[in-house]
Design a protein around this ligand. Structure first.
Ligand code: WQD
Length: 336
């Protein structure tokens, strides 16, 4: 069964390609390589022993996307393509509204025209904004705190509207918490361009000596050690979550929205300590002011995904750090 992955050459998409092949599916990648590297394709061939079909273009090109869906006989779509830097979204909101919301509208129109109505959407815990409490369940109120999170929230609402109008749509909305880690081969992993916004890739670059120290954004939060607490989830678990979501849509045909998290929260300092243990390298830290838009704590109640999908995260924080270290130390300049 052929499955289209928009943004499939990216961090989450590439790991999901591997999981799909292991589950007996045939992934087809659609990517414009605006935030990913063609070198990923060779790495995926090394890992899977298969050449994965790749269509290079923009998801905003609706007629072209419809042609891709028809030519490959696509049975379902996993939609990863989109911009995802919170800070950039504040600086360039229109880029985010055009690429993320416009891209989703274009994809849905192409799917409608091609008669493909099974979609898994990459959403984010950012739709919860600053939660009133933790752990977070799927019925928590949604509120955006930045244009990036707003695009995820709007796309979720678009999908709900499509479902109402055309009940035949099978829609799986996955709210990721904090994806980290890499495939155990060390051949694929997170490869942010420029200075990493996110904690784990920044820590990894300090460990290999690319950055002198880590700025810890705030140590006066109402958390056990004063630093921000997040639900870090291994990208391998996230990839398996997509396979489980796809299988549930195909088997039961019922739409759902679930959190993909571990249900555990770890602080910045706990991540630093775990990474030092995994890498054997010191991670010098400097306390810095809080980062605008950050929340104190954000972690999932993952019970609904277990009930509906039979899925549960398996990897520990130590696994996440070990696999990140293997990827980063083997690829100090990422895919370049
Ligand atoms: C984690 C913690 C920081 C960097 C964002 C998006 C979310 C998703 C994941 C896309 C926080 C602290 C970080 C640093 C630090 N992205 N930190 N020094 O902000 O929870 O989530 O990325 O889907 O949608 O909102 O992740 O890794 O940026 O931060 O102290 O150099 O690490 O303050 O407490 P975040 P993050």
């Amino acid at each position: 069964m052929n499955i289209l992955l928009t943004g499939g050459a990216g961090y989450i998409g590439s790991h999901t390609c591997v999981a799909l092949i292991e589950a007996g599916f045939t992934p087809v990648i659609l990517d414009n390589f605006s935030n990913s590297q063609p070198a990923v394709l060779q790495r995926l061939a090394q890992i899977t022993g298969q050449v994965i079909a790749c269509e290079t273009g923009n998801v905003l090109d609706t007629p072209w996307v419809e042609d891709v869906l028809r030519r490959h006989g696509i049975a379902a779509v996993l939609h990863f393509a989109g911009d995802k830097a919170v800070g950039e979204s504040v600086a360039q909101p229109l880029k985010y509204y055009r690429n993320n919301i416009g891209g989703a509208v274009s994809l849905l129109e192409a799917m409608q025209a091609a008669g493909c109505r099974t979609l898994v959407f990459s959403s984010s815990a950012t739709v919860y904004g600053d939660p009133a409490s933790v752990p977070i369940t799927e019925d928590f109120p949604r509120r955006h705190t930045n244009p990036y999170g707003h695009t995820k929230l709007v796309i979720e609402d678009m999908l709900a509207a499509m479902q109402t109008t055309e009940p035949s749509w099978r829609l799986g909305v996955l709210r990721y918490f904090n994806p980290v880690g890499a495939h155990p081969s060390g051949l694929i992993g997170e490869d942010p361009s420029g200075i990493p916004n996110n904690l784990m890739p920044f820590v990894a670059q300090v460990a290999i000596g690319k950055r002198p120290f880590l700025n810890v954004y705030g140590n006066d939060y109402p958390t056990p050690d004063g630093t921000g607490v997040r639900d870090y989830i291994h990208v391998q678990d996230l990839a398996e979550g997509h396979v489980a979501a796809l299988q549930a849509l195909l088997d039961q045909g019922k739409s759902f929205t679930v959190n993909l998290g571990t249900g555990r929260g770890n602080s910045v300092l706990e991540v630093v300590k775990a990474f030092e243990q995994a890498s054997g390298r010191p991670i010098p830290c400097q306390m810095a002011p809080r980062r605008a838009g950050d929340v104190a704590q954000c972690y999932a109640d993952p019970a609904l995904a277990k009930t509906l999908l039979g899925w549960q995260a398996q990897h520990t924080l130590a696994d996440m750090c070990l696999d990140t270290w293997r990827w980063q130390s083997s690829n100090p300049d990422g895919y370049k």
